[in-house]
Design a protein around this ligand. Structure first.
Ligand code: NI
Length: 183
């Protein structure tokens, strides 16, 4: 595998605070290639050998805006079993319903655009139903839960110019932790 040449913006870049625009179909060849490159990048960041070889930070999700492209799509590569990956391509997503139950990542969320230590909890819906388009422009509905639900919300925030650190109460980073379930 060859590492795709992607430059991931750092949180100081103002483009990360902008709202991305809906994508129109059919996708261009460049857009399709970008999606595949984003998947390859994430996969290589998760495989120990290539992560070390290229000095990468491990990432599970990546939004187009993190590459400076203000379009509403993201990819997720989830290693659900050792060496087995599930790919999600999510274009123009909309939340159709969400659980009342809130959860948060106990060890804190991370982001390939946030290159510093952070602490605090980010409240997220435990489950959601999301409608989105696939790479061929087909509308689909997906039910996500737990970690994948959190990643979807993290990436959907990127499409609206929001970083996870914006959702942490800086004066009280562990506020209301007792009202949510840690995962
Ligand atoms: Ni992120």
């Amino acid at each position: 595998m060859k590492l795709p040449n992607l430059i991931i913006l750092d949180e100081k870049d103002k483009r990360l605070r902008q709202k991305s625009k809906n994508v129109s179909f059919p996708l261009s060849e460049d857009e399709k290639k970008l999606i595949l490159d984003m998947q390859t990048y994430l996969k290589m960041s998760q495989i120990e050998e290539t992560r070390e070889q290229y000095d990468l930070r491990a990432g599970t999700g990546l939004s187009a805006v993190q590459l400076g492209i203000l379009k509403r799509f993201f990819v997720i590569v989830d290693e659900y079993e050792e060496g087995k990956f599930r790919n999600y391509i999510v274009i123009n997503p909309k939340i159709k319903s969400m659980s009342e139950e809130l959860i948060y990542v106990g060890e804190g969320e991370g982001c390939l655009s946030v290159n510093r230590e952070t602490e605090g909890i980010v409240p997220r819906y435990a489950r959601m139903t999301v409608e989105a388009y696939d790479i061929d422009g087909n509308l689909y509905t997906i039910r996500v839960r737990e970690e994948i639900s959190i990643i979807f919300q993290h990436e959907m925030d990127h499409l609206d110019g929001i970083l996870f650190v914006d959702r942490i109460d800086s004066k009280n980073p562990f506020k209301d932790a007792n009202l949510m379930r840690e995962i």
